[in-house]
Design a protein around this ligand. Structure first.
Ligand code: NAD
Length: 378
């Protein structure tokens, strides 16, 4: 497993409020409590705020800061602007047994998404397969959580997701004008030892949140991630996140990654939610996800034990591949998140000072004072 050198930075202490502006390491529980309090104050039922906060912090824990507590300001703004309904449950609008259709009605993505997935699992266990369409959910966050839930119940699942509700940020392959957002795709294969194979990715070279994090930290993004206003490649995140930057993101993997992005738009958006990025649909400024999920019970196809053994044999064969020069070990999808979660559980979660400042500003927007926050941070 990949190991980072141990960190010497201490965990956060609330000795003085100017400490908020440093790069800091937080305990999982501290971040969860702060995020819960902010979203509750902004109008969410405490129980929902807690579930969503846990979801965000798990994303941080697994190394996906782009979908961690840095999303709190987005959620608070959506609540305060009336673009998200924090108490909303998923509404079942069509039920054909193995096929379910839900309207998320701009509820918290994590809440309505998991409600839809829970019923999807029940139906897949009954019929051997289920297909769950979820439209108009507010940001679902890290899609891996829905696939991991299915995998924990022994199901294979794949999830096609589009992102709408605001202006497009991603160019089509060979184009210059943006037409998409970051359309994530996710597929998980369960393993009895819990070390599921989880491919969970944006169909852009990097997730939009990672461009935001790079912008916040003032560091370059990886090559082939962005283009400037002239359609020329750049690693400067400000072309996307600063006002008037005029740049856009790129799909990963040339025409092939772009093709998967189109499929996510059409399956997640047009089929799953009847809500694609085409300009006839509303763009009120919220971050809306539509998701089409297909859940398969492997035991409905064949012998479960043989399937598990075949998966394990193949994974062992992959691990046995000699690493390339400079690479420590060949991994399978899901390994990096497991390793990072182990490290961050022990060492704490880094939050850069700009993101923290944004979170603190959203706390104030929600109506919390410094003295409300200090006890949570001690
Ligand atoms: P990423 O590039 O860090 O990882 C993508 C996948 O590659 C993961 O499954 C990971 O396990 C795997 N991986 C990474 N390194 C590997 C290696 N060396 N060997 C084998 N596998 C490896 O992820 P990303 O594209 O930046 O996406 C980050 C998160 O953003 C995801 O959780 C995604 O669901 C989320 N996202 C959400 C939305 C939304 O609108 N809700 C939009 C875009 C992305």
């Amino acid at each position: 497993m990949i190991r980072r050198p141990p960190r010497s930075t201490p965990l956060y202490s609330s000795a003085a409020s100017d400490v908020y502006k440093r790069q800091m390491l937080f305990k999982q529980e501290t971040l969860t409590n702060v995020a819960t309090e902010i979203m509750t104050k902004a109008g969410a039922p405490r129980e929902n705020a807690r579930i969503v906060a846990e979801h965000l912090v798990i994303a941080n824990l697994k190394g996906h800061d782009s979908h961690g507590v840095g999303m709190v300001p987005n959620y608070v703004k959506a609540m305060l602007d009336g673009l998200m309904k924090p108490a909303q449950s998923a509404q079942l609008i069509k039920d054909s047994g193995a096929v379910l259709s839900y309207d998320g009605d701009t509820g918290f993505g994590r809440i309505v998404g998991m409600q839809a997935m829970e019923e999807g699992v029940i139906r897949a266990k009954k019929h051997g397969i289920s297909c769950v369409a979820l439209g108009n959910a507010h940001h679902l966050g890290r899609i891996g959580i829905y696939a991991e839930y299915c995998a924990d119940q022994g199901l294979v699942s794949s999830h096609y997701v589009n992102v709408v509700g605001h202006h497009p940020m991603v160019i089509p392959f060979g184009g210059r004008d943006p037409r998409f957002v970051t359309n994530p795709f996710c597929c998980a294969v369960p393993r009895p030892n819990g070390e599921h194979v989880v491919l969970d990715m944006a169909t852009t070279t990097v997730a939009a949140g990672k461009v935001r994090v790079a912008y916040m930290k003032g560091v370059p993004v990886p090559p082939n991630s962005l283009v400037d206003k002239d359609g020329l490649e750049t690693q400067d995140a400000s072309v996307v996140f600063s006002k008037g930057g005029g740049g856009a993101m790129q799909p990963f993997g040339l025409h092939k990654g772009y093709g998967l992005m189109v499929i996510c738009e059409l399956l997640g958006g047009a089929l799953g939610g009847n809500f694609s990025m085409q300009p006839g649909n509303p763009r009120k400024g919220a971050t809306i996800n539509n998701m089409l999920s297909i859940l398969i019970d492997p035991s409905a196809i064949g012998n479960l034990q043989e399937f598990d053994e075949e998966v394990s044999a193949m994974i062992d064969y992959i691990y046995d591949s000699q690493p390339a020069t400079g690479v420590e070990q060949v991994l399978i999808p899901g390994d990096p998140e497991r390793t990072t979660a182990e490290q961050r559980s022990a060492e704490g979660i880094d939050i850069d000072d700009n993101s923290w400042e944004d979170i603190m500003n959203s706390a104030r927007d929600a109506g919390l004072s410094q003295s409300d926050l200090d006890p949570l941070l001690s």
